[in-house]
Ligand binder design. Structure first.
Ligand SMILES: NC(=O)c1ccc[n+]([C@@H]2O[C@H](COP(=O)([O-])OP(=O)(O)OC[C@H]3O[C@@H](n4cnc5c(N)ncnc54)[C@H](O)[C@@H]3O)[C@@H](O)[C@H]2O)c1
Length: 319
């Protein structure tokens, strides 16, 4: 299938790799041609790394499936699925979707990578709104498989099923939300943790580095292969309800102590920023992001190794 990736920034480049890895022809378009050129150079750097971690067999075939187009029309024409990855801005996304709805084949699904803007705020007036939905990835999508599919009330079951088939077929792991919510599931979970993390620093309980260390060497190690419910299910002899019996009142107390949401004010942000810059100078941010991606490659390669747990323990061993 031809798949168009519209907007070739941070997330667009990752989608290009994910879809081309699955054998699709990927058509790239960005209003800034220099951005697409930079993205192609970036992809050329990443592909040999994926080969070295055993995550793809060869980079040449994959790269040959990615083509940059000079116009939205030529990129989208003939595509069966479009992944919009332009700026996180309602007016920009509305404009792009209005153009996509005019150009794309009637059967093509139009998906947005939107981190929090619901598709109903983007596609409501469009004739083809039934084929529009959110397909929210984590960054970068070729290393973090999760994709949240979030329909508007009017999105058709067919569009949802097609998006799910395209994304699952490309090796992504989909979660279909039952209805729209600001921020979807992933960013709401991340937001809850960030609010608590900022609060712990603001109240002088811990430094930013200590908070990061607690996740890096504690919570995060488990989270790379299980979620919060499975975590507590395994942390009491009688499973999840036993855990809630033992510690539910403690967590309720935390929630009550939290009270009203606190904004992340400039003083607090400057404090956390200073802590981060002491650990990592701003000039090293992109180098560190590339390091993060190589760590993720190693982790994904490890996760692909045969599971050592007996297959009969889990009802669905693929989980
Ligand atoms: N960065 C993340 O971690 C992340 C994760 C998940 C989802 N997202 C979402 O993905 C989308 C893209 O985010 P990003 O981080 O890649 O942003 P980005 O700024 O890196 O890239 C956006 C790209 O869109 C291009 N663009 C602007 N107007 C356009 C138009 N009319 N047509 C085509 N291209 C256009 C820009 O030139 C730019 O290259 C956003 O909606 C964002 O919220 C981001």
């Amino acid at each position: 299938m031809k798949i168009a990736v519209v907007g070739t920034g941070l997330v667009g480049h990752g989608w290009a790799i994910a879809f081309a890895r699955a054998g699709h022809e990927v058509a790239l378009f960005d209003t800034k041609p220099s951005q697409t050129e930079a993205t192609l150079r970036r992809i050329d750097t990443i592909l040999p790394e994926l080969v070295s971690f055993g995550l793809i067999e060869s980079d040449g075939d994959l790269r040959a499936r990615i083509t940059a187009y000079a116009s939205l029309k030529t990129a989208v024409e003939g595509s069966g699925y479009v992944q919009e990855s332009g700026p996180e801005c309602v007016s920009a996304k509305r404009e792009i979707f209005a153009a996509l709805d005019q150009i794309a084949a009637p059967k093509a699904v139009l998906a947005t990578s939107s981190s929090g803007i619901p598709i109903s705020a983007i596609a409501e007036p469009l004739g083809g709104r039934a084929r529009c939905l959110v397909a929210h990835p984590a960054n970068p999508p070729y290393l973090l498989p999760i994709v949240e599919i979030v329909p508007a009330p009017w999105t058709s079951e067919k569009a949802i099923a097609t998006a799910d088939a395209v994304l699952s077929g490309a090796g992504q792991v989909t979660v279909q939300l039952k209805k729209e919510i600001d921020g979807f599931v992933l960013n709401r979970l991340q937001g809850a943790l960030l609010h608590e993390a900022f609060r712990l620093v603001e109240d002088g309980i811990a430094t930013a580095e200590d908070v990061d260390r607690t996740v890096r060497h504690g919570l995060g190690l488990r989270w790379s292969f299980m979620g919060p419910f499975e975590t507590i299910d395994l942390n009491a002899p009688g499973g999840l309800s036993d855990y809630v019996d033992r510690l539910g009142s403690m967590y309720l107390r935390f929630a009550q102590q939290r009270g009203a949401a606190r904004p992340w004010g400039p003083k607090l942000v400057a404090k956390v920023e200073a802590d981060r810059r002491a650990s990592l100078p701003a000039s090293a941010l992109s180098e560190r992001a590339a390091w993060r991606d190589r760590q993720l490659m190693a982790l994904m390669a490890q996760k692909r190794m045969p599971d050592t747990a007996p297959a009969n323990i889990l009802k669905d061993p693929k989980k």
